[in-house]
Design a protein around this ligand. Structure first.
Ligand code: PAF
Length: 284
């Protein structure tokens, strides 16, 4: 595995592979890798000739009071995991290489960034859209892989690619869960043993809503109330949102009369966790 820090060097590798007509997979990450990230890498390895990964904790997607400084950084373990999976290229830029002095150009994210995370984390998707587009320029791969746990992020990236004619295919990969249902997340490392138990409240709320919907409840207010109740009962201490919305537009629904997604952002202790489940035709 070739590890590069310079955008020019990273571009040169991709450019070389493109000239050779290779299918290039890209897995952008912020490191602190877990099985969810490794599943993206495995999928890329299966579907592409070469795979590039990136590790960069992107400061512009964190709010002023968020966990940028504490965000877990585990470079040695990450390098080892990626090299064991035979990743061909790893791009690990220092911050100054991506945000040089005077940096002031940002992507205004699409409308789908506005609800949910957009309300709770106002500049988050501006930072995500900006860094993802930068990475797509530096590493113009054939396919880019993202996890569906970050459901709205995936929708924002798909829209960005479509709106700005970025010639990269975006693939969303299923959320990888612990055996008890907790969605894998780099932030799970923050949880104490008691909080780890309480974090199951998200999956409990999502499975509750799925069961209720399966049993015929289609009123969104009822479904959302059940999610909130389960979240609090099972140990979440604050809910940013627990919503059932249209799975494509993320717009509010009165009843689930089309494919929908239930999305949660909730706190367990000081840790903010997100998760989601599809309801309706596109749901399992
Ligand atoms: O999902 C993430 O890890 C990040 O938001 C991403 C897409 C790598 C951009 O920093």
């Amino acid at each position: 595995m070739k590890i590069v820090e310079s955008p020019h060097e990273a571009y040169a590798h991709i450019d070389h592979w493109r000239r050779d007509g290779l299918r290039i997979g890209l897995v952008p990450t912020m490191g602190a890798l877990h099985e969810g990230h490794l599943a993206l890498v495995r999928q890329s390895r299966q579907e592409c000739d070469v795979t590039a990964a990136t590790i960069f904790v992107n400061p512009t997607q964190f709010g002023p009071h968020e966990d940028y400084a504490q965000y877990p950084r585990t470079p040695e373990a990450d390098f080892q995991a990626l090299s064991e999976l035979d990743v061909d290229l790893l791009f690990v830029p220092p911050q100054a290489k991506l945000y040089s002095e005077g940096f002031s150009t940002y992507i205004h994210p699409p409308a789908i960034a506005e609800p949910l995370e957009g309300v709770c984390r106002p500049d988050h998707f501006r930072g995500v859209a900006t860094i993802v587009l930068k990475l797509f320029h530096i590493l113009p791969a054939t396919v880019a892989y993202f996890g569906q746990k970050d459901y709205q992020q995936l929708a924002v990236i798909r829209r960005l690619v479509e709106d700005l004619d970025v010639p990269i295919r975006v693939v969303g990969c299923e959320t990888v869960r612990e055996p008890d249902g907790l969605a894998m997340s780099s932030r799970n490392r923050y949880l104490s043993p008691a909080e780890r138990q309480a974090a199951l409240s998200l999956w409990a709320a999502l499975t509750t809503v799925k069961e209720l919907f399966g049993a015929g409840t289609d009123q969104v207010a009822e479904l959302e109330k059940a999610m909130e109740q389960t979240l609090y009962e099972r140990g979440a201490n604050r809910i940013d949102y627990a919503r059932v919305v249209d799975c494509d537009s993320l717009q509010t629904l009165g009843r689930v009369d089309r494919p929908a997604v239930a999305l949660i952002a909730a706190y367990v202790g000081a840790t903010r966790l997100i998760d989601n489940i599809l309801l309706g035709e596109r749901g399992a």
